[in-house]
Ligand binder design. Structure first.
Ligand code: AMP
Length: 564
């Protein structure tokens, strides 16, 4: 018999109540073991709340507004009741559960309706992603409505969480990897490795449980499936980077652009963003360039795309983001915002995986196949003065700073380690998530222009407010931000509009203070937005734990100064 969706919802409910990792892992692995073959991949994806892999061209594109409308339709709840339910839980899924329990639900189902199964739910969600073209919004709405009206309150709770991608039960991909390893009785390393190459936790679970270690061992890099990018930690200055890298390091310009991972097989090219989404359509000029220049049949390279102004100088990141957000008129944008590609790594070439080769060797191979595409400017040195000069030059030319790369380092996908260190001489900034916004006054009265900024609590996954700002955006950006926030609206109270935590902004500030005003216990003094980080997802925002660390550092630095 097919496994019911209710069982998956109950599993998630139990997971939400557990705080310890080990019992969570055991519970998931026991669940996975009971599933039928064809249910393994869908169930794994549903538990994680990621229905399609990042690189997939499928997306649900169902906004919170649409869900609210459907819930109002089925439960006949008033806007007031909706907001009350939301305020009681602070969670969209839990809100829906409360309303479904307390209201008389207008069921479309008959007495003979079959209960929802995991496969039903997954296939229905897939079918929603396939709806395209005119009237697609209404058609999607109809499908979700019929799904939700067949659901019990607890099923509806998790359907909504899955649809919005906000599970909040503390099951990260890392924890899921451990659960898969336990369920299939294979090593965690094998599971992690397969996940790194496939980028689809569902497929990994299937191979692990059905084919075991032998199946996992056969998995390798596949063209047109992006690897998670290797990330960098921050270093205070070039001296720290040199020390960390054993006295000698490669310093490259750090461009203020968008990272791209380019896959090419003969004339077929696909470009993925740092978040692994397929951005090929936004960059037809880059596609053409790599097709023409790269001296390889099959290759995966990485680089940074930057926008160029009329004077040939780099333009702020925001301009580039306009290129990525645009769906229509791409060719006009290509003319309006010319971009330049700099390459800095190579991961695969003509059948050979290169990620385990040392950095210097990869860079040599890259130089040989790059044609006329420039590589990131670089010096290799053990002299802090030379590195410092290079940093000054990068800043003078309008770039962000330097990246120090350890000479013998492997390419470690998805890991933010010390093998790469970024050196930005500018002030410390935090990446925070907008969770609410207030309507402005006077000239700004039609804009949501005052933003509540939140950091992620690593332990609970909750977003906790650490400050508020109305500074940093241009008129055009306020206007666009207002539209985007209204699309993410969860509720409203007085002047404040609450939104799903999706939009990440980079925020500068003067000081972190302890404050009873917010639940987080911290408040930023003079916060101002310096960049909208559409290249980052909310899960990549800074955490409360990091803010705590910064606060301590700042406290020590202050104490030192006062002693002097
Ligand atoms: P951050 O986003 O601040 O963590 O910095 C890491 C990002 O810097 C990478 O994801 C790249 O998009 C970007 N970057 C710019 N120049 C380089 C470079 N030379 N090497 C690696 N990454 C670079």
């Amino acid at each position: 018999m097919a496994t019911l969706f209710k069982e998956l919802a109950e599993l998630c409910e139990s997971l939400e109540k557990l705080t310890e990792r080990i019992p969570k892992i055991s519970m998931i692995s026991a669940f996975l073991r009971k599933l039928h073959k064809e249910e393994i991949a869908p169930a794994t994806r549903l538990i994680i709340g990621k229905i399609f892999p990042d690189w997939s061209s499928y997306t649900l594109d169902v906004s919170w507004g649409t869900i609210v409308k459907i819930i109002q339709d089925i439960t006949r709840a008033s806007p007031r009741e909706l907001l009350d339910a939301f305020n009681r839980t602070g969670d969209p899924g839990a809100m829906v559960e409360i309303l479904m329990k307390s209201k008389k639900i207008l069921r479309q189902a008959t007495l003979f309706e079959e209960p929802l199964t995991i496969l039903n739910v997954y296939q229905t969600l897939e079918s929603i992603a396939k709806i395209k073209g005119s009237g697609s919004r209404e058609r999607k709405e109809a499908v979700i409505k019929s799904l939700l009206s067949r659901a019990s309150p607890i099923e509806a709770k998790y359907l909504v969480k899955v649809i919005l991608g906000e599970m909040r039960h503390g099951v990260s991909e890392g924890l899921m990897e451990e659960a898969i390893a336990k369920a299939a009785d294979v090593s965690l390393e094998l599971v992690e490795r397969a996940h790194m190459f496939l980028g689809d936790i569902g497929e990994v679970a299937y191979i692990a449980l059905v084919e075991g270690a032998k199946g996992l061992e056969k998995v390798s890099l596949q063209l047109f499936r992006p690897l998670k990018p290797m990330l960098a930690q921050q270093a205070e200055n070039v001296q720290e980077a040199l020390k960390e890298h054993g006295g000698r390091s490669a310093f490259e310009y750090k461009f203020d652009g968008a990272r791209v991972q380019i896959h090419m097989k003969e004339s077929e090219v696909k470009i993925f963003s740092r978040r692994l989404t397929d951005v090929t359509k936004s960059l037809p000029d880059v596609v053409e360039l790599v097709r023409r220049e790269l001296r390889a049949r099959e290759v995966v390279v990485e680089g940074e795309v930057i926008a160029i102004g009329e004077n040939g100088k780099p333009l702020p990141f925001q301009h580039l983001m306009r290129r990525f957000r645009r769906i229509r008129d791409i060719y006009r944008m290509v003319r309006e915002i010319p971009v330049k590609l700099y390459l800095f790594d190579i991961l695969y070439l003509d059948g050979e995986l290169l990620i385990d080769k040392p950095y210097v060797e990869r860079r040599e191979i890259l130089a040989k196949i790059a044609g006329n595409i420039p590589l990131t400017p670089r010096v290799i040195t053990d002299d802090p003065k030379e590195a410092e000069k290079f940093l000054e030059k990068a800043i003078r030319e309008g770039h962000e700073g330097l990246m120090a790369k350890k000479l013998d380092s492997k390419y470690t996908p998805g890991i933010r380690g010390k093998l790469w260190l970024k050196i930005k001489p500018v002030l410390t900034t935090l990446d925070l998530v907008i969770v609410a916004a207030e309507w402005g006054y006077g000239r700004r009265k039609n804009w949501l222009s005052d933003y509540y900024l939140a950091a992620r609590d690593e332990k609970t996954g909750e977003f906790l407010i650490v400050g508020k700002t109305f500074k940093g955006l241009t008129d055009e950006e306020f206007e666009e931000m207002t539209k985007r926030l209204l699309n993410l609206k969860i509720g409203e109270k007085g002047r404040v509009v609450y939104v799903q935590p999706k939009i990440v902004v980079e925020v500068a500030f003067n000081e972190i203070q302890k404050s009873p005003k917010y639940k987080s216990g911290y408040a930023l003094r003079f916060a101002r937005i310096i960049k909208i980080r559409d290249d980052k997802g909310p899960e990549e925002a800074n955490t409360i734990q990091e803010i705590e660390e910064l606060y301590k550092k700042q406290f020590l630095a202050k104490a030192k100064k006062e002693k002097l």
